[in-house]
Design a binder for this molecule. Structure first.
Ligand SMILES: [Zn+2]
Ligand SMILES: [Zn+2]
Length: 621
């Protein structure tokens, strides 16, 4: 591995600084792809890719962010740029006799205006996504919540990737025949073009159970007993197993698949690609088996290479595995492909970039509802605090907007799970796009009326600290399902000291890290995984991560009545209804689904936040 020190505008003196400034300006002028108005990438120190016989690019959990992050320089490249990057890398590698395979592990929809703002949803995204060649692709859980999204998968995405979509444990009711059929083939056996590596590939989904009833997700432990799977792993002519799966790489599901393959193939290399937890992660299963998770929201393009596989040459060596998390911006993509702004962008890539821009315009995603005076963070600020998005919801948004006129001034507890929020709010324009980015969920609020306050007030404590008791009632009620998904993979706070003072800053039970002071680095991912701390392509300064509770709550009491002997309405987002009912039961209150009604039936959290912003934030940024 070598390190390239990139350019960065820092206030130093002399000719060096002038050169650096010139390079930065040049970069700013020439970075003409990505979306119009997107932040230009900042040059930073980069770690190189290490190529192997076989190489992979991996995306996961893109959730509609195919236009990239317009407000964040580190992630400002779009899907058109990724298509160009993949092609350039493929050309470069194939010229050296190496292979490149492209993988996506699902959750391509829901979470960005580009997908969610159209009617029907996804009107523009399917055609844009399929412009990227894929060698392996599978479904995430988000494709399966709604009947129409899974049917889009079956009728649009599967045919577009007829030779690469794999559905090892997923069936769908064919809308044309009414019969349940496999979403796609169960496995794929193929030989790579350059190296002749013989691959057996699978496409799994974790044991997901909240799908709409037009799909069936077979539990992984059952699938791996099936005859077709047994035959596939007993196939003697396989050099490498590739398991693409929408699953955390540190999951029971991947453990089971790994053990099952190892029970018959004791050292055949296995490469897992996973996701779902929205984190960068790399797991060593054993010396011949690794798993890569490539983040979320088009922030990361995962790179994996393997060398030392049996191939055309008969030499038998131990395989070596290498991973890198590429920040999705043009500075990184130019560098790793060996191109610059004058050679990188093809007509094909530019057409995709243009299609994305036109879709964003047609959807009016830049329409501004108001201007945020500061950043509001999910996990970069402690909760509660003035910079926490959850404190903002609890203290300002819910009290300001959650009010069903049918219930008048009835005192109420408004409870939401923190997992309902998906992203930060940045200082500046809060747009139509922002509403879907921070909360793409279309489900509304529900309520139970006239619940004794002295019991209802204990609900939040149960939801946040109830431990195993909910899961003991029903395994699907594990409380961890309420928290933001990226928190599942980060089990303790990471608190970054912002001072250069030598006095260490300790987080209770957490990691403490210190920002290096010798280089001015851009804050960003500083991943630590099973291969160490050098996985990120861009060397960043670290960012704090504060865990948040499962749920937040506002107590709204307009008449300031004494609540102790009073009844209140318990209002909650629809998703958490099963936990609310079980929680109330623990508190001695028997309610069923029949006691639940819709609260503000024409609204949902997304529309309510948009309304609150329109009413409360100035609209000229
Ligand atoms: Zn996801
Ligand atoms: Zn997922």
């Amino acid at each position: 591995m070598s390190t390239t020190l990139g350019m960065r505008f820092v206030p130093t003196v002399g000719i060096v600084a002038i050169n650096r400034l010139a390079v930065v300006l040049l970069l700013a002028l020439q970075a003409l792809a990505a979306q119009p108005g997107a932040s230009n990438p900042l040059a930073g120190p980069l770690r190189e890719l290490q190529f192997g016989q076989i190489n992979f690019l991996h995306t996961t959990d893109t959730h509609g962010w195919h236009a990239g992050h317009l407000l964040e320089p580190s992630f400002s490249a779009d899907w058109g740029d990724y298509v160009d990057f993949a092609q350039h890398l493929k050309d470069k590698l194939e010229a050296q006799g190496r292979d490149l395979l492209i993988v996506d592990t699902g959750d391509r929809i829901e979470g960005n205006g580009l997908y969610d703002a159209s009617e029907p949803k996804g009107l523009f995204t399917f055609d844009i996504f399929r412009e990227q060649h894929m060698d392996l692709i599978c479904s995430g859980n988000h494709e399966l919540y709604q009947q129409n999204s899974s049917e889009n998968e079956y009728l649009i995405t599967v045919p577009a990737y007829a030779s690469s979509y794999i559905a090892s444990n997923l069936d769908i009711r064919d809308p044309r025949t009414g019969e349940f059929v496999p979403m796609a083939p169960r496995y794929k056996k193929f030989t790579t073009k350059e190296q002749g590596i013989r691959i057996m590939a699978f496409g799994f989904l974790y044991n997901f159970d909240r799908n709409y009833n037009n799909t069936i997700v077979q539990r992984v432990e059952q699938t791996i007993q099936e005859e077709w799977f047994q035959e596939a792993i007993h196939d003697p002519d396989i050099d490498l197993f590739v398991v693409a799966g929408h699953s955390a790489i540190r999951s029971e599901e991947f453990d089971m698949i790994f053990k099952k393959i190892r029970s018959v193939r004791k050292d055949t290399p296995i490469q897992f690609f996973g996701g779902h937890y929205h984190i960068r992660d790399y797991r060593k299963f054993d010396s011949n088996a690794y798993g890569l998770a490539s983040g979320r929201f088009m922030e990361t393009i995962g790179f994996q290479s393997i060398d030392g596989l049996p191939s055309n040459s008969t030499q038998k060596t131990a395989p070596t595995f290498f991973r890198r998390y590429i920040d999705n911006n043009l500075y990184s993509l130019y560098h790793h492909s060996g191109h610059d702004s004058s050679t990188f962008h093809s007509d094909r890539g530019k057409n995709i970039t243009r299609a994305l821009h036109e879709a964003r315009q047609a959807l009016d995603l830049d329409q501004t509802f108001g201007c945020s005076a500061k950043d509001l963070w999910m996990s970069r600020a402690p909760y509660p605090s003035k910079n926490s998005i959850f404190s903002w919801l609890e203290e300002q948004v819910f009290p300001g907007i959650v009010n069903d006129t049918q219930r008048g001034d009835k005192p109420r507890l408004v409870i939401s799970n923190t997992g309902a929020i998906r992203f930060d709010i940045f200082k500046g324009a809060f747009t139509k796009d922002s509403t879907f980015i921070i909360c793409p969920f279309t489900s509304g609020f529900h309520y139970i009326k006239d619940v004794p306050y002295n019991k209802a007030k204990k609900l939040i404590k149960l939801l946040n600290g109830g431990g195993e008791i909910f899961a003991q009632v029903d395994a699907t009620l594990a409380l961890s399902r309420l928290e933001p998904v990226q928190q599942k993979g980060i089990l303790q706070d990471i608190i970054v000291s912002e001072t250069v003072d030598p006095a260490p800053l300790f987080a209770q039970g957490g990691h403490e890290m210190r920002v290096p002071t010798d280089v001015a680095l851009i804050p960003g991912y500083t991943t630590i995984d099973d291969a160490g701390d050098d996985g990120d392509d861009t060397i960043h300064s670290p960012i704090s991560f504060y865990r948040v509770p499962n749920c937040i709550q506002s107590l709204i009491n307009p008449q300031a009545v004494d609540l102790e002997t009073e009844n209140v309405d318990v209002v909650f987002n629809e998703f958490i209804q099963p936990w609310i009912l079980v929680g109330l039961k623990f508190l001695g209150l028997e309610y069923t689904d029949d006691d639940v009604a819709k609260y503000m039936p024409d609204e949902n959290m997304t529309t309510m936040i948009a309304k609150w912003v329109s009413l409360n934030w100035p609209d000229d940024c």
